[in-house]
Design a protein around this ligand. Structure first.
Ligand SMILES: *[C@@H]1O[C@H](CO)[C@@H](O)[C@H](O)[C@H]1NC(C)=O
Ligand SMILES: *[C@@H]1O[C@H](CO)[C@@H](O)[C@H](O)[C@H]1NC(C)=O
Ligand SMILES: *[C@@H]1O[C@H](CO)[C@@H](O)[C@H](O)[C@H]1NC(C)=O
Ligand SMILES: *[C@@H]1O[C@H](CO)[C@@H](O)[C@H](O)[C@H]1NC(C)=O
Ligand SMILES: *[C@@H]1O[C@H](CO)[C@@H](O)[C@H](O)[C@H]1NC(C)=O
Ligand SMILES: *[C@@H]1O[C@H](CO)[C@@H](O)[C@H](O)[C@H]1NC(C)=O
Length: 290
């Protein structure tokens, strides 16, 4: 219920061991253990925490690019440096045997991070086979880790009672409609009310019942290369994609859907070396290229 406010410390109660994992179907406890190990590896910068559940040939993508030597201690990835995790939030997809975790880290330092990771596991071996991460830092789209933390902690992304849950298809369709409207303004989007968009650390919501997510998008562009992780128990879908309207920037969109309608949208967009992806304004203002 309180997953969204889990404050992660190093006290996971995990031990690093090398026991062989028996072949079995995917389950919640396997995904939760993998999540805890992923977070432990990130917070220590030490891959050893993940090792017991890691496939030998696991692939790793960071901001859309495959990194071959990501396990090495000198790699600029998961293992680059320890991060103090201020908040983590995870969803679990038993159908695909995958999870999505977003991390807000180092908020009080000069090197804050907001990171979204889709992690895929092999159902037969129970091993992590793919890590696909968007890693954002100062200079990325509306980046403000303090703001992200502030707003994320005020929202309820908790479990939805079984009788009121949407199907995977409904949750995915709501996300796709939102992403499709960037290309085609006529696509009907199931806007919920209230609804808030948290882009980087900037929020469109004011905490009012009239808050709307229908505050405009930059048209008209495709949002290609969508990868999904869906958790019906919380009505959430994570979509990693290429953000067409800002130069196919590597991007993470996470949607909270209730009763088939969009309630919260969180984004992380990697801008490479262009501050704020070359735009001078945020999601609600006239986002003009500089
Ligand atoms: C979950 O899956 C793991 C790995 O496949 C297996 O070892 C474990 O026994 C399973 N747990 C449950 C509760 O089914
Ligand atoms: C990672 O953790 C393991 C187990 O605690 C330890 O043996 C190893 O020295 C650590 N590696 C680094 C680079 O700190
Ligand atoms: C990883 O290795 C396993 C067996 O060792 C193999 O079945 C699988 O296809 C490999 N995956 C990739 C992506 O190479
Ligand atoms: C990391 O070190 C290995 C050798 O230990 C080297 O081959 C590789 O090029 C280094 N990578 C980076 C990013 O420096
Ligand atoms: C970042 O967000 C915090 C919390 O909302 C806010 O107080 C601060 O002014 C923001 N910083 C910038 C540079 O916008
Ligand atoms: C735009 O969306 C509308 C509503 O779904 C649809 O009828 C129309 O065919 C779409 N236009 C294009 C060019 O895809």
């Amino acid at each position: 219920m309180m997953r969204q406010v889990d404050i992660i410390t190093l006290a996971f109660g995990l031990t690093i061991h090398t026991a062989v994992v028996a072949a079995a179907a995917c389950n919640q406890s396997l995904l939760r253990e993998a999540t805890d190990r992923y977070i432990a590896a990130q917070s220590t910068g030490n891959i050893t925490w993940l090792q017991p559940l890691l496939s030998d040939n696991a692939t790793y993508l960071e901001n859309g690019k495959t990194v071959a030597d990501w396990r090495l201690a000198n790699s600029t990835t998961l293992t680059a440096a320890p991060l103090r995790i201020d908040r983590s939030h995870s969803i679990y997809d038993l159908t695909q045997c995958a999870f999505f975790t977003d991390l807000i880290a180092n908020t009080d330092t000069a090197a804050p991070r907001v990171i979204g990771a889709q992690v895929g596991m092999d159902t037969n071996l129970g091993r992590v086979t793919k890590i696909d991460r968007i890693v954002t830092t100062p200079g990325d789209w509306l980046f403000n880790a303090t703001g992200t933390l502030y707003y994320a902690l005020r929202e309820d992304w908790g479990e939805i009672p079984a009788s009121r849950r949407d199907s995977r298809e409904t949750i995915k369709a709501a996300a796709d409609a939102y992403l499709d409207v960037f290309k085609n303004a006529s696509v009907p989007v199931p806007w919920g009310s209230p609804c808030a968009r948290l882009e980087g650390g900037a929020c469109t919501g004011r905490g009012l019942p009239t808050d709307s997510c229908d505050v405009g998008v930059i048209q008209s562009y495709d949002m290609p290369n969508r990868r999904y992780v869906i958790d019906e128990t919380v009505g959430v879908v994570s979509v990693l994609l290429e953000f067409g309207s800002i130069g196919n920037a590597p991007d993470s969109h996470e949607f909270r859907v209730e009763g088939g309608k969009l309630r919260y949208i969180h984004t992380m967009t990697y801008c490479e070396k262009k501050p704020n992806c070359g735009y001078s304004m945020g999601p609600t203002g006239p986002a003009s290229a500089s």
